[in-house]
Write a protein that binds this ligand. Structure first.
Ligand code: HEC
Length: 234
């Protein structure tokens, strides 16, 4: 009796040891190393615009391809409070005919906030861009309760539309290079002509360097993704 109990216990123990051993062995066999870089690079695919995740570009960049007709659509968000036709009535906000280029708070008889009256800026491209992005960031204390437009393309289109309504400010030239393929190409073509000693030394410009994700798209070694401009503003 005693003997049998021991035998059974022995078998049970033995089976346990074998099972444990087996699980250790298979664990070793099938243990997958987590790759350092997830995903796999696709040969010959260059990440579009390398800087796509970069901070927002200056508004002039977007203005270069802005569309006033699309801006008229965006203006629908403003039309609850603003007219923009010549001689249009003031509503919750002042009439906006020919406002681009004018000093702030220029519409006679509109009860502007002291904040806007005392800001002392004019509605140039930069200022208007900042305003429609975040009125209360540009002018703390403004009465314009509009959250703002986060997409730079929407703002550029809207600004082009505003400018077409009674104003005609010259559109600022787009900023040089940075992500504009045509201009980068032109720069590269220019480089040897610029005629420094170093024409045969391959020193990449910042733009060129940014164009080379080293075959590792979006993985380690790819350009770091910094936050959006929205996040940076906090
Ligand atoms: C909820 C109503 C409301 C909406 C929506 C609104 N605004 Fe306004 N807006 C105002 C008010 C009120 C003022 C006056 C602000 C002050 O005095 O501080 C104003 C002022 C302005 C001014 C200054 C005009 C001047 O004479 O200096 C501009 C430019 C302007 N708004 C553009 C826009 C645009 C563009 C949009 C759409 C993206 C928009 N607003 C949406 C209410 C609004």
């Amino acid at each position: 009796m005693d003997n049998r109990t021991n035998t059974i216990a022995g078998w049970v123990l033995g089976a346990g040891i074998i099972a444990l051993g087996a699980s250790i062995v298979t664990g070793e066999l099938f243990h997958g190393e987590r790759p350092e870089t997830m995903g796999y690079p696709i040969e010959g695919v260059v990440e579009e615009g390398a800087g796509a995740a970069e901070a927002e570009k200056p508004i002039a960049f977007y203005l270069a391809s802005a569309d006033a007709a699309a801006g008229a659509q965006v203006f629908k968000k403003c039309a609850a409070c603003h007219t923009i036709n010549q001689g249009g009535a003031n509503g919750v906000g002042p009439n906006l005919w020919a406002s681009m280029g004018k000093p702030m708070a220029h519409v006679p008889g509109f009860p502007y906030s002291d904040a806007l009256k005392s800001k002392g800026l004019s509605w140039d491209w930069e200022t208007m861009n900042h305003w429609v992005q975040s009125p209360k960031e540009l002018v703390p204390g403004t009465k314009m309760t509009f959250a703002g437009l986060s997409k730079p393309e929407d703002r550029a289109n809207l600004l082009a539309y505003l400018n077409s309504q009674g104003s005609n400010l010259p559109v600022p030239p787009p900023p040089a290079a940075e992500g504009n393929p045509a201009e980068i190409a032109a720069e590269e073509a220019d480089a040897p002509a610029a005629g420094d000693k170093a024409t045969d030394v391959p020193v990449p410009t910042e733009a060129q360097a940014a164009k080379q994700p080293e075959g590792n798209v979006g993985g380690e070694g790819a350009p770091a993704v910094t936050g959006t401009s929205k996040q940076e503003r906090h």
